[in-house]
Ligand binder design. Sequence first.
Ligand SMILES: Cc1cc2nc3c(=O)[nH]c(=O)nc-3n(C[C@H](O)[C@H](O)[C@H](O)COP(=O)(O)OP(=O)(O)OC[C@H]3O[C@@H](n4cnc5c(N)ncnc54)[C@H](O)[C@@H]3O)c2cc1C
Length: 373
Amino acid sequence: MKHLVLLGAGHAHVHVLARLAQRVKLAPLPFRVTLIAPYPQQIYSGMLPGHVAGHYSLAQCSIALTGLLQSAGVTYLQARGTRLDAARQTIILGQGEPPQELHYDLLSVNTGPVMDRERIEQLMPGAREHALFLRPIESFSPLWQRLLALARQQPLRVAVIGAGAAGVELAFAMKHQLPDCPVTLVCGGASPVANYSLAVQQRVLQQLRLRGITVLPQSCTAIAADHITLDGVGQLACDAPVLALGAQAPRWLAGSGLALDKEGFIAVNAFQQSVSHPFVFAAGDVASRIDAPHPRSGVYAVRAAPALSSNLMAAVSGRPLQDYTPPIKTLNLLSCGARYAIASRGNWSAQGAWVWYWKDWIDRRFMARTQQG
Ligand SMILES: Cc1cc2nc3c(=O)[nH]c(=O)nc-3n(C[C@H](O)[C@H](O)[C@H](O)COP(=O)(O)OP(=O)(O)OC[C@H]3O[C@@H](n4cnc5c(N)ncnc54)[C@H](O)[C@@H]3O)c2cc1C
């Protein structure tokens, strides 16, 4: 039997598992499937700011993989892929000696973005020792619980470093949960949500002001136990520096032999298939559509999932692949801590409590669907 290996339990692979679960209800699969992922549950990032703000429990934002894996008859290996040899069709798992190898006939990668600690440490010495890293999200949640407990005993000075959508949502959420703690958003030389329209940037700035969050345009250049250093400004007192920097490609791809884009993400074609190795597929933030570049976000990962799923089934049984066109515009919903949010799609934008309830409905429906399989 051919062996399909799913590396990472990102948004797209959760969908693949659900599709497999539906398929095995009709007939046993004519191929073997293994999922490799470091955690048996996947935290849905879209709801993480709501968890930090206190609107959702961790369980409400977690997709438990066990039920899906059982229904789909998929073998689960709780591990992290640390190397990939595309020529030998082999993945190395973990850091053990001798290395644990797994051979695949067909591989699908959906491991998401990383925060490369080594690279970040070079940019901001002290980050490794003193900062809270947003990724992996699964490790962030317990860190946040500890921070919350400490901040309830005595106010802490919080700085969120990185002002993309994730950093902004997180700053709003933290300020909502910790109203007595000063929260600063450090923007790294750009405006908050710089990749959004000007109208959305203005809406975000207005909400940040309204909610008492200090916005600093500078870059952070070093992190210490009780302060951070800001480029050209000096030190800012800070007890809890939280790093919410943009997506980076995992280092282990560099030696894989796969064709990568200039930032190191897997270069894929309209079938979500590696442009260099036809037995490798990829979706979500780890992949780059060479023919149709688009932003990295959970929405794009989810939208690519049905095409990825169909093409994996087609490839494993030798059927023709189908191309997929990512949407040009997507709906983006930014929560502002309280039950209030900003919506945008292209040049259109709006805000209000109703936007938050709309986002809440979309997120809960997404979770319910994934849990059903
Ligand atoms: C706070 C926050 C809020 C966000 N809100 C939104 C939002 O509202 N809308 C939106 O569109 N986007 C949002 N994003 C962006 C979104 O999280 C990412 O774009 C999205 O998670 C990418 O999905 P993915 O499927 O590629 O990977 P992920 O969801 O990151 O999943 C990757 C999976 O692979 C596993 N994995 C990682 N490395 C390995 C390895 N080496 N071996 C095996 N498994 C591995 C991980 O454990 C995880 O299970 C948000 C991000 C953050 C941080």
